[in-house]
Design a protein around this ligand. Sequence first.
Ligand code: GDD
Length: 358
Amino acid sequence: MTQFSIVVPTLNESENIDLLLTRIFALNIPFDKFEVIFVDDGSNDGTPEKIRTWQKYSNIHLIERHGKPDLATSILQGAGAARSDIIVVMDADLSHPHEQLNALVTPILKDQYDVVIGSRYIKGGRTLDWPFYRRLLSRVGGWLARPFCDVSDATSGFFAFRRELAATVSEQAHGYKILLEILMANDSTLRIKEIPICFRDRAYGTSKLSFPHQLAYLQRLLTLAGGKVSRNTAGRFAIVGLLGVVVDTLVFQWMISRDAGLALAHFVSFFFAVSVNYALNSKWAFNEHHTGHLQWLQFSRFLIVGALALLLRGGVLALFVYVGHVPPSLAIFPAIIATAFINYLGSAFYVFPAEKNP
Ligand code: GDD
């Protein structure tokens, strides 16, 4: 009976396939105990052809996909096709220690754990040959995920889990964060074990991790944290914000030109701008959560965020005018920019939060 299925996502890994399978077979695990499921996303370097030469072994399988490449959905598809109840995810590029496959699987086989993670960041774990910037990115990615799941390597690509957990993962799961998605979807109910691994940078081929993948990771963390953060809401918020800047600037300049005084001009122009922004944000930028009725809770939260933003804006304004001796008509711009950020996060997480984790 197949005890575990190794899902290996591939995108242009032809130089690594022979080595990977040779190493796995060298472990002498009986053929009927495991299978390897490659999920290829339209490689154009001969990867599928290379895998097919191994299909003379009945436990080697290949799923070929032809849509937009995506790591997370490839892994989920591989898990969906598995013949066993334990899934091991492993990169094709030989960066993961194949000799620790048993150590990943055994605690789940014995029903002691639900997820076992090969971790680079617990005692005994290591990362070899990675350039400094990759180490840093990986570390920062792990730290950012830390508040959501209590593991030290949430972006590890070498882990095992019970197959049924794949069904709990959000449809929004894409890119390089499938482990995090599994952990987040099941929250505190999982029994998780981390074992130290030595990760080595690939010898052949190139990494496919791109800047958009990293941005998507950040965005997903913010959404998982309960904020209605997305390119859509951020884009609309920016447009509304720009309109607010115009209103704010016009009212502020007009009041200053009428000798209204810095503090009064600051309060009145802010009030005008923020009212316009709230109306447009609730009706448009974050409209999925707008019921069409006045929501007192939402409105009072909006006032709290507004008050914080007002304080911050006043502080920045005073700093530029009284310390930096910048004329008020120019100082208003950095003050507005400084508050845009707090306003967006306040709106996304507090005033118009997502109703539940998607
Ligand atoms: N099917 C498919 N589709 N496979 C992909 C895709 C995709 O869009 N993108 C990458 N892969 C495959 C690669 O071919 C490789 O087998 C594996 O996924 C990892 O991709 P790399 O691009 O080589 O990742 P890395 O070396 O930078 O890996 C680091 O980040 C990964 C994501 O967390 C390591 O930390 C890995 O352990 C980790 O999996």
